[in-house]
Design a protein around this ligand. Structure first.
Ligand code: FAD
Ligand code: NAD
Length: 475
């Protein structure tokens, strides 16, 4: 029988949702433990979850390296800068990414220490009565009793039955660690991971073919944003096949044979590596012992109310393992909100103002409703948009592609959505988030002074265009 240790808060999972919950709980004076099972590439425990180890941060490191390489060959010439024989050393690029991962996962361990959070390295299973049994990496077991338990177990890649992961067929983990640029890269799924990691290897010289089952490209995004980005990706050489249903894969001596059916019938492509990026599923396997009372939905997610409470006294769940977008910053906010609710503060997350960003080139970002959603819901709206091609800063940067669109209620002028495609829109989208959080109008945004010359002028003119008073274009 293992000893039992008591805490005010026990967090299962030290990804974005879990480590935010743990740190905020500790800040509020609660005695906090946080358990995580993950190991880094060096085989040692690594905190920070999918996001820091094999998600947001490493993918952005490779996106940035590959962008520099692409610009050298495709953009620098415009500035009069030329170089012969530019080369990419994949080992150096991946090594740089690994160093960044190590810096940030180590940073979470340091933050835990500074906040007096007790880390446990191993697999946690919730038992009835708010007890968590931890099987530690050294084989020992420990039991933690939490007045509150916060489940932040995150998510895992979905594996297709006919495309099992291995050396040639990989998920994000493998595609972040290729040792050389694959000559031919196949991708199943033109979603966020397919586009981001497809872009990385395309920029470095791989011939990338993306097979997407749905007939529409990026159907979650605004239709005009999807159209402009599809055009830009095509120019970059990304081959995106829509309505392509993959039925089988086979690893042979000459590569992975991927068979799919689209409007033209059955076809097979042969690739050196195949990235499967068809979504993620909540990581709940083995997490709940019998009798905890915590409910899991048909989709495998832990069921929670609007405050991330599971309905079982003192048991909460946050991040990718519950409903809502699978985004790190959504998990951050839920983790903080739950810690604050436990600490007697009014924690709250507004799922309607969570921004989305796809870190391709151009970047894609949005917040709030699309025109298609507003039409479907019968909400009267006005739209104003403005192209980066008319923004001095964007042209000076040789980044004229894309636009900003502001959607506002036809009667109240309240901003209902903002949709952007272009350079640095991952930063600009927050103008929309702020305006919506403060229940602001397009007129509010239009009356706010924006620096010249800056990319943010596209947001300003788009807001003015809602009432047909944009200065730098015909209304
Ligand atoms: P996770 O980050 O998955 O963390 C859960 C942790 O809990 C893991 O460390 C796991 O080992 C541990 N765990 C699970 N079960 C147990 C258990 N029973 N016992 C002990 N430990 C356990 N999101 C963005 O917002 N921006 C991006 O740019 C972005 N890029 C991404 C790129 C890629 C390639 C991928 C795969 C994802 C990306 N995401 C991005 C999504 C983002 O990584 C997730 O939304 C986020 O990590 C979810 O946080 P979480 O804390 O809920 O779960
Ligand atoms: P996704 O949901 O973004 O995209 C999956 C795509 O695969 C969809 O377009 C879907 O229609 C398609 N698909 C599903 N089954 C298919 C099949 N059998 N054949 C062909 N296509 C199929 O999922 P993802 O790209 O795996 O990413 C998972 C999640 O990770 C994202 O939804 C997002 O929440 C998160 N993420 C976020 C970022 C970011 O914020 N920049 C980056 C990467 C990942």
């Amino acid at each position: 029988m293992s000893e039992q240790q008591a805490f005010d808060v026990v967090v299962i999972g030290a990804g974005p949702a879990g480590y935010h919950a743990a740190i905020r709980a500790a800040q509020l004076g609660l005695k906090t433990a946080c358990i995580d099972a993950a190991l880094g590439k060096d085989g040692k425990p690594a905190l920070g979850g999918t996001c820091l180890r094999v998600g947001c941060i490493p993918s952005k490191a490779l996106l940035d390296s590959s962008r520099q390489f692409w610009n050298l060959g495709h953009i620098f010439g415009e500035h009069g800068i030329t170089t012969d024989n530019a080369k990419i050393d994949v080992a150096t690029m991946v090594g740089r990414k690994d160093k960044i991962v190590k810096q940030f996962t180590g940073g979470i361990a340091a933050l835990f220490k500074a906040n007096k959070i007790t880390p446990f390295y191993g697999f946690g299973q919730l038992q009835p009565g708010n007890v968590v049994k931890v099987k530690q990496h050294d084989g020992s077991e420990v039991e933690l009793k939490g007045t509150n338990v916060i489940i932040a177990a995150g998510s895992d890649s979905i594996e297709l039955p006919f495309a099992k992961f291995g050396e040639h067929i990989v998920d994000n983990v493998g595609a972040l660690d290729f040792t050389e640029v694959p000559k031919r890269l196949g991708v199943i799924g033109a979603g966020v991971i397919g586009l981001e990691l497809g872009s990385v290897w395309n920029r470095l010289g791989a011939k990338v073919t993306i097979l997407e089952a749905l007939p529409d490209f990026l159907s979650a995004a605004d239709a005009e944003v999807a159209k402009v980005s599809a055009r830009e990706f095509k120019k970059q050489g990304l081959d995106i096949q829509l309505g392509a249903k993959v039925s089988s894969t086979e690893v042979k001596a000459d590569g992975v044979h991927v068979t799919y059916t689209d409007a033209k019938g059955e076809q097979t492509i042969v690739v050196d590596k195949l990235l499967v990026a068809v979504g993620r599923k909540a990581a709940t396997r083995g997490l709940l012992a019998d009798g905890t009372g915590v409910k899991v939905s048909e989709r495998g997610q832990i069921e929670v109310d609007a405050h991330c409470h599971t309905g079982v006294n003192g048991v909460w769940a946050v991040g990718d393992c519950v409903r809502g977008p699978m985004l790190a910053h959504k998990g951050f906010e839920e983790g903080i909100a739950v810690a604050e609710l436990i600490g007697g503060l009014p924690g709250h997350v507004n799922l309607d103002t969570i921004p989305w960003v796809i870190y391709t080139e151009p970047e894609i970002a949005w917040v709030g409703k699309t025109e298609e959603q507003l039409k479907a819901e019968g909400i009267p709206y006005k739209a104003g948009s403005f192209p980066f091609a008319a923004v001095g800063r964007a042209v000076a940067m040789a980044e004229p592609a894309g636009f900003v669109k502001v959607l506002a209620h036809a009667e109240t002028d309240r901003v209902l959505g903002m949709h952007l495609v272009g350079a640095n829109v991952s930063e600009l989208v927050h103008e929309g988030v702020l305006t919506m959080e403060f229940s602001g109008s397009a007129d509010d945004l239009a009356r706010i002074c924006h620096a010249h010359p800056s990319l943010s002028e596209a947001v300003h003119d788009a807001a003015m265009a809602v009432s047909k008073r944009a200065i730098h274009k015909a209304n």
